[in-house]
Design a protein around this ligand. Structure first.
Ligand code: GDP
Ligand code: GDP
Length: 436
């Protein structure tokens, strides 16, 4: 079941990002140590009374140096396009402004549920400022203080009350859900068309849902697949769709619903920072990954071109050393046939369970060959290892002291595990627990 999405809108300085940060709370503290993954995120996850949702701070989407009104329009449109519920924030100290009315009108036309938060009501006296906001015509205003964390509970009660009823849109366990991500113009849309090409696959009809995130199921060689967020990939023409923040946001949404993520790179242009950022999110989310180098038809090649391109990718995406690389052309369909089998392979590895006894043999051999380095006279002891989950494969090591498991040794163990079991295309996670 896909999580509902809440988008925060409102003119600048009303407190959107303050409220966004309040709502995502601790979740922002995930250490992002992958190069290119910045901290100024506009997309996060929240939870209220056991309802889990995604939240977007549309204030973070800026389009060049367009005038304020255009920026606000674009931000409101992102909210309308992406959200199940819109959280409209105004400033209770400034009072009602013309810009608030502009935003209200755009939201009103969209017919999406809107919850109105009147921010900067830091004490009871200021609650008098609330009433004029009824005239925005978007319902009851809620008094909140983002910086003091007041009133957010009632506000979120109202937000979750608008969440769509749980739909049973879960696919069969054996269905491989994948998404195609990459910056604009790398050929995502062309790749969808190439994959779905009439003769190759049976495209099933998509049942109309109340949500606009449309996935495309198909079957090929007896395997069921779903392309996640096909609608998003094919969307075209709005100003904000070319902005970097927006393409990252779309990518994050798609990644969330996927088992496998195709990170598409433009073979003609090579790798840029934005590619890394997008790939970084897929890695962090623990999805299986295939790197697709598209437009390979347009590249002038000799017998060394592919190898040197591969080396460049490995250099730029060091954190994706496990991801296979497929060179293809969505346009000429050259090498396209290798793609679905590769998706199948990484999906299998992503959900692979290994035998505990074999795993422990590997760990014991590894520690015998290269013992853990000692730290201030103390040495890590690994007593036992077990795989606790899949998607991605996750291992727990029971040790004398988890502090002694350093990153480089963990890397070494990861490599040993991969040498034996493969785990091609999937990140693996290793945790350590103190054995009592
Ligand atoms: P955004 O542009 O809508 O994202 O607004 P920000 O979150 O950046 O906040 C704009 C300014 O308002 C900052 O200086 C915040 O510290 C301040 N602010 C945010 N929430 C509150 C609040 O509840 N009370 C008061 N007094 N100031 C606030
Ligand atoms: P998206 O923005 O990532 O969805 O990219 P599109 O699928 O819209 O493709 C962007 C442009 O690249 C279009 O003009 C395509 O015709 C072109 N294109 C896509 N795939 C290929 C390819 O494999 N080879 C070549 N030469 N051009 C391609």
């Amino acid at each position: 079941m896909a999580k509902p999405t809440v988008a925060i809108v409102g003119r600048p300085n009303v407190g959107k990002s303050t409220i966004f940060n309040r709502i995502i709370g601790d979740r922002v503290a995930i250490v992002e140590d992958i190069p290119g993954v910045t901290r100024d995120r506009i997309y996060g996850s929240g939870e209220w009374l056991n309802h889990y949702f995604n939240i977007i701070d549309t204030g973070g989407i800026e389009i060049g140096d367009e005038p304020l009104l255009i920026q606000m329009r674009a931000q409101a449109n992102v909210a309308v396009d992406e959200a199940d519920v819109i959280l409209f924030i105004v400033d209770g100290r400034d009072g009602l402004t013309g810009a608030d009315q502009e935003v209200a009108e755009m939201l009103y036309r969209s017919k999406k549920p809107v919850v109105l938060g009147v921010n900067k009501i830091d004490n009871v006296k200021q609650e008098l400022n609330l009433y004029e906001f009824y005239s925005l015509g978007v319902g009851e205003p809620f008094a909140i203080s983002g910086s003091h964390g007041l009133g957010l509970g009632d506000l979120l009660d109202a937000v979750i009350a608008h969440f769509p009823a749980e739909e049973d849109d879960d696919y069969d366990e054996s269905t491989i859900k994948f998404s195609i991500i990459g910056r604009p113009n790398v050929g995502k849309s062309s790749l969808v068309n190439a994959i779905l090409g009439k003769k190759r696959v049976i495209v099933s009809d998509i049942a109309g849902t109340t949500r606009d995130a449309v996935d495309t199921p198909f079957t090929k060689d007896g395997q069921d697949y779903v392309i996640i967020d096909t609608a998003g990939i094919r969307k075209r023409g709005k100003v904000y769709e070319k902005t970097e923040k927006y393409s990252v946001l779309r990518a994050q949404k798609a990644i969330e619903g996927s088992d496998v993520v195709l990170v598409v790179i433009n073979g003609e242009e090579g790798i840029i920072e934005q590619d890394k950022k997008i790939a970084g999110y897929a890695h962090q989310a623990g999805r299986a990954i295939v790197i697709v180098v598209n437009k390979w038809d347009a590249v002038e090649k000799d017998d060394k071109t592919m190898e040197s391109f591969k080396r460049k990718i490995r250099d730029h995406f060091q954190f994706l050393s496990y991801a296979p690389i497929v060179f293809l052309s969505a346009q000429t369909k050259q090498r396209l046939t290798s793609l679905l089998p590769m998706i199948q392979t990484v999906a299998e590895n992503h959900s692979m369970r290994v035998q505990t006894s074999l795993l422990n043999d590997v760990i014991m051999d590894a520690t015998a060959m290269t013992p853990p380095p000692s730290d201030k006279g103390r040495r890590l002891k690994i007593y036992y290892a077990t795989q606790v989950s899949v998607k991605p494969p996750t291992f727990v090591l029971f040790v004398n002291d988890p502090e002694l498991l350093h990153f480089s040794y963990e890397r070494y163990l990861e490599n040993k595990i991969r040498d034996t079991f493969g785990f091609i295309g999937t990140p693996i996670r290793i945790f350590s627990r103190r054995k009592h």
